[in-house]
Write a protein that binds this ligand. Structure first.
Ligand code: SF4
Length: 692
């Protein structure tokens, strides 16, 4: 009997280690040796073995709906992209990629677009989950650095979960927190969320904050830290700039903008200030907002002012939504970044990376971020579009307009494991990609831990790895530098390129992995970066300062909370999010009856008093309508949402329930700094649906 394959779960950013099934239809197990989960799995992870059948798989290239050879499809894609660049310039083509991609895929896609085609029009669906955290980190720390580790959540005396339903969205990390709290009852958990969730049920204090009241909450906390003499003056003096202006802005903030009572605010201040070991975890409720970056910096301000960062049980901690959102950030997966946390607007950085790649050109300015990228499709600027492993016609705001925008592009191609997505139905060419269990590479989880995804199944039909498809197109476009024998060679090149980050004083150093042989790469154990050539890998950042701005200091920023406007035509605040047992647009989790039995159809959570006011009863069909679209779903009456709020899950697609799609009703409003869509902040109205 052969040894079981140890790999990594393809769903959320916890990045759990998984032992693959040893026979078709067998069950997966949690990897007891993996430091993210120590053998634990959640409902989605434990059902992975049930998702591996080939029903619905794309098994051959397709051109306009007919099967084609790889040669014909690749020639067509390369030719169309080359022609668009020749006729309209490099910015007339675009790639839209995914946090599902492995780091090696991501690296090659960015190298092709930025270093060879010469455009930064490559963005990722990770824009939807963590761009505001990236921008906030860069403003405060000088790089996109997550300072801590998962152990910090367990070691904290006070754990604050802001805009995070950790119980459903990062379940194994939640299991670790719950176990730590059970073992150490003095540990307090605070949950800041307008909606009461499964996470709130564990919390000692649930603060049902007004939507987007987070910046006012943390501004008030900063003022209170100062008033109670809790500023770490020595740390601030040695390692932080901007304290006075940040505090002045905080003092100008109105605590009523939080929507919380004075008693609730006092309880929050007492816990946060009264315990040195505080970790503040934040997720989509913070990031997916028109003021998401400011919210992030309001949180970071409080940790910097107290010096509670980078030490065991202390620090701010952004949890990523996707399995490789972090890996994508490392290799420049966003349109405004270069690989290795280098800056696209820095001429020396661009020149150094171009020199490393020995590439013919280099994108000289940031590209289009996700929402703007599809607007450029709609208005004719994009002539050729390649969507890889993602479903923007469901997941982006104004989703119906996004589908129409894709259809309007003269040439579109999608690489995926299935043809049956709302996006792929709009594309001219479909390329079959290998999926989880078939592909090989690395992912990085929320605590900067790199793990291997290892294959244990043969590639079905003509499916190929994403990196290989990209390399073949690059070669057909006449580019050299894409002749990798396998993914280990890509990883070695990427790891070697991080010497540039080190040389420019950035945080990302993987030079200790640059010389891995294929066998060593295949056997790579989970490792947290940095991994320098000499010295111990991993650990925490910033306990002793060492920030990545040129002066080595962090920046506190003055934050002005947003005004709270009313809209009489659309009086409800629409919040979209995940449910426990589905992943993204359900292309994998939708295959298992077990997962669908948790919540079988889309719904709108509505407060019972709002329902009475609108003549709506439990399980009625309702229309949730915004200026951009309508979702028709069943009403689920619950006091878990506040009056004036609606919650819609984001998973359902035309494949499952056409009217149940949430995101046509989400407006394409974005954070001005990060470009992240405000997926939790649209305006809507509700009405009972009555069939004619
Ligand atoms: Fe997979 Fe996330 Fe569940 Fe872990 S917590 S098993 S990574 S979905």
């Amino acid at each position: 009997m052969t040894a079981p394959t140890c790999t990594t779960c393809p769903y959320c950013g916890v990045g759990c280690g998984v032992i693959a099934p040893q026979a078709a239809g067998g069950a997966v197990a949690g990897d007891p040796a993996h430091p993210a989960n120590f053998g634990r799995l959640c409902s989605k992870g434990s059902a992975l073995g049930e998702t591996l059948d080939l029903e619905g798989r794309l098994l051959a290239p397709q051109i306009a709906g007919r099967d084609a050879s790889w040669e014909e499809a690749l020639d067509l894609v390369a030719g169309k992209f080359a022609q668009a660049v020749a006729d309209h310039g490099p910015d007339s083509v675009a790639l839209y990629v995914s946090g599902q991609l492995l780091t090696e895929d991501y690296y090659v896609a960015n190298k092709l677009m930025k270093g060879y085609i010469g455009s930064a029009n490559i963005d990722t669906n990770s824009r939807l989950c963590m761009a505001s955290s990236v921008a906030g980190h860069k403003r405060a720390f000088g790089t996109d650095t997550v300072p801590g580790t998962y152990e910090d959540l367990e070691e904290a005396d006070v754990l604050v979960l802001v805009g995070s339903n950790l119980a459903w969205c990062h379940p194994v990390l939640f299991q670790r927190v719950a176990a730590a709290k059970a073992a150490r009852p003095q540990m307090k958990v605070i949950n800041v969320d307008p909606r009461r969730t499964a996470t709130s049920d564990l919390a000692d204090l649930h603060l049902a904050i007004r939507p987007d009241g987070d910046a006012a909450l943390f501004n008030g906390l900063l003022a209170e830290i100062a008033d109670r003499g809790a500023v770490n003056a020595a740390y601030v003096s040695a390692h932080v700039n901007g304290f006075d202006t940040a505090l002045a802005a905080a003092r100008a903030s109105d605590p009523r903008d939080t929507g919380l009572t004075a008693d609730e605010l006092a309880a929050f201040h007492d816990l946060w200030i009264g315990s040195e070991k505080v970790v503040t975890v934040y997720s989509q409720g913070v990031n997916q907002s028109a003021c998401g970056t400011d919210k992030v910096n309001a949180i970071l301000n409080c940790h910097l002012a107290t010096g509670r960062i980078g030490r065991p049980g202390m620090g701010p901690f952004s949890v990523t939504g996707q399995p490789n959102a972090m890996g994508g950030r490392e290799v420049g997966g966003l349109a405004n970044m270069l690989a290795n946390h280098l800056d696209i607007e820095n001429e020396a950085h661009r020149a150094a990376l171009q020199g490393f790649w020995n590439s013919p050109t280099m994108a000289a300015k940031p590209g289009l971020k996700a929402v703007d990228l599809f607007r450029a499709c709609a208005d004719g600027r994009i002539k050729a579009l390649w969507v890889i492993s993602t479903n923007p016609a469901v997941s982006l705001p104004e989703a119906e307009a996004v589908a129409e925008a894709i259809r309007s592009v003269p040439f579109t191609v999608a690489s995926d494991i299935t043809a049956a997505t709302d996006t792929n139905a709009c594309c001219d060419v479909l390329l079959p990609a290998t999926g989880w269990g078939e592909k090989s590479g690395t992912v990085t989880n929320s605590e900067r831990r790199i793990s291997r995804q290892r294959p244990f199944l043969p590639a079905p039909g003509a499916a190929r790895p994403d990196w290989a498809i990209l390399c073949d197109v690059a070669g057909r476009m006449g580019f050299e530098g894409f002749d990798y024998a396998d993914e280990s060679e890509i990883f070695a090149e990427y790891a070697a390129s991080t010497a540039l980050a080190r040389d420019f004083g950035k945080d990302l150093d993987l030079t200790g992995l640059a010389g891995l042989s294929k066998a060593e790469y295949d056997a790579l154990a989970p490792v947290q970066w940095p991994v320098p050539e000499t010295g111990a890998p991993g650990g925490r950042f910033f306990a002793q300062g060492g920030f990545f701005h040129p002066d080595g200091k962090a920046r506190m920023l003055p934050i002005t909370p947003p005004a709270h406007g009313e809209d009489t035509h659309y009086p409800f605040r629409l919040n979209t999010g995940r449910i426990r047992d589905q992943w993204h647009t359900m292309t994998r989790t939708g295959k298992t009856a077990r997962l669908s039995s948790h919540l079988a159809e889309p719904f709108a959570e509505i407060h019972p008093e709002d329902a009475i006011a609108h003549g709506i009863h439990d399980a009625d069909l309702v229309d949730v309508t915004s200026p951009t679209g309508t979702a028709r779903v069943r009403a689920l009456l619950t006091t878990r949402v506040q009056r004036g709020a609606i919650f819609l899950p984001m998973h359902w697609t035309a494949s499952f329930s056409a009217p149940g799609k949430a995101n046509p009703a989400v407006a394409g409003v974005t954070d001005p700094v990060s470009g992240q869509p405000a997926l939790k902040g649209s305006r809507a109205r509700i009405s009972r649906f009555a069939a004619a």
